[in-house]
Design a protein around this ligand. Structure first.
Ligand code: FAD
Ligand code: UDP
Length: 375
């Protein structure tokens, strides 16, 4: 006799949304996670009265009304708007690339002046079909922005030269000719007032959760416990790396409590110079307009991934996409296992996209199960 309808491997955002939906429909569900907390990478922990984003800055933003309504059931969001600052040597720039940045770079005041400089720099490059990230960036923003704000940061972040990176990574960075420092264009943006962990806790209300539990320590036993598995860990690990490991990028976080009220005056400051070893410093209280006496900062270092380290970013270049395709074929042959989330789908997804994907999977899966029963 199977004990549960679903075993969800991973108490991150994907697993929590799926489990919530399954529980709502009367399914029995067990969620396991190898970490000692729920929330996966969006986990926040209170230190000195400040919600600390333990796995890097997480800003919720979406254009999807269904997703926005959905998350608002579990959390009240504040009005935080992400406006990062970039430090390049002794210079400071606003991000994303906008009229403030162009004024800081060249002293220009109008969009026409900024466009003239950028277009001149672009035309000097003679790039017709950008083949890699470097060419894509130069063709989009010209030499100055590329050299000061992209090249060093990207090389640190991905651990290889921009010439060896796919161009789509840079398409995430907006370029605009208005004085607008808002990083995102979505109509909805904010941070849950009580932190992300509280939001996940609400999603998981009524669902059984077991922490400190690695699926692979007892794979066969876990499989026998449920009719179906929703697996949100690494897809290559599920298949014992039989075609070789997929590539990921890992991170290292150094968190410090400082006996001062305000360290850097902004939630996110990027260090775009290659010589500075970290990519960014986040000051957590500014995500929530905090006025505490102390402050907590985190330096984020990018590092090579190897087994045992956390796989934060999938490296979606051509070679890895091909390898992932092979694992996807194996996944299709496992009718009782559903692969979801950033690691199960080997795809960089923002939180809103993860929620959308989990809701789609739940809708498809749970309505199918319902129809099966009615037959
Ligand atoms: P995860 O959060 O990784 O959850 C997977 C869970 O599965 C983990 O808890 C893991 O411990 C568990 N697990 C894995 N293998 C096993 C196993 N064998 N046994 C048991 N448990 C297992 N998105 C935004 O929208 N805005 C942002 O500002 C933003 N910033 C980000 C910054 C960084 C540095 C990173 C890395 C990501 C950022 N994201 C952001 C993306 C966001 O983190 C993801 O969309 C989201 O966390 C993905 O949820 P998930 O459930 O798919 O994966
Ligand atoms: N990037 C950059 N300079 C910056 C910030 C980002 O060149 O100051 C590039 C870098 O290649 C990075 C990509 O833009 O990988 C996406 O960055 P973003 O901060 O949007 O994504 P995140 O790292 O938070 O997922």
């Amino acid at each position: 006799m199977k004990k549960y309808d679903y075993l969800v491997v991973g108490a991150g955002l994907f697993g929590a949304v799926f489990a919530h939906e399954a529980h709502k429909q009367g399914k029995t569900c067990l969620v396991i996670d190898k970490r000692d907390h729920i929330g996966g990478n969006i986990y926040t922990k209170e230190i000195e009265g400040i919600q600390v984003h333990c796995y890097g800055a997480h800003i919720f933003h979406t254009s999807n009304e269904r997703v926005w309504e959905y998350v608002n059931q579990f959390a009240q969001f504040n009005h935080f708007v992400n406006s990062p600052v970039a430090v390049y040597k002794d210079e400071l720039y606003n991000l994303p690339f906008n009229m403030n940045t162009f004024h800081q770079l060249w002293g220009v005041q109008t969009p026409a002046q900024a466009k003239a400089i950028i277009n001149k720099q672009i035309s000097q490059m003679h790039i017709v079909n950008p083949k890699n990230l470097e060419e894509q960036a130069l063709a989009l923003v010209g030499k100055d922005v590329y050299e000061k704000l992209i090249e060093g940061y990207t090389r640190k972040q991905w651990g290889r030269p921009c010439k060896e990176l796919p161009s789509f990574i840079i398409k995430r960075l907006p370029l605009r000719y208005t004085f607008d420092n808002n990083y995102f264009k979505d109509p909805h943006q904010g941070i849950p007032k009580k932190g992300y962990t509280h939001m996940i806790k609400k999603m998981l209300e009524g669902v059984q959760v077991v922490l400190h539990t690695d699926f692979f320590d007892n794979k066969e036993e876990w499989i026998a416990q449920a009719d179906k598995i929703v697996y949100t860990g690494m897809i290559d690990e599920y298949f014992d790396y039989c075609y070789g490991p997929l590539e990921y990028r890992s991170l290292r976080f150094e968190t410090e409590v400082l006996d001062m009220e305000n360290y850097q005056g902004n939630a996110v400051v990027n260090y775009t110079d290659y010589e500075v070893p970290y990519t960014r410093i986040i000051e957590h209280k500014h995500f929530d307009f905090g006025t505490q006496k102390k402050t907590v900062i985190t330096r984020e270092y990018s590092q090579k991934w190897e087994k045992g380290k956390e796989p934060y970013y999938p490296v979606n270049d051509a070679a890895n996409s091909e390898l992932f395709g092979k694992y996807e074929e194996l996944a299709l042959k496992e009718p009782n296992v559903l692969f979801g989330g950033r690691l199960g789908m080997y795809r960089y997804m923002d939180m809103d996209k993860v929620i959308e994907a989990a809701l789609d999977m739940a809708e498809c899966e749970l309505s199918y199960e319902g129809t099966k029963k009615d037959r």
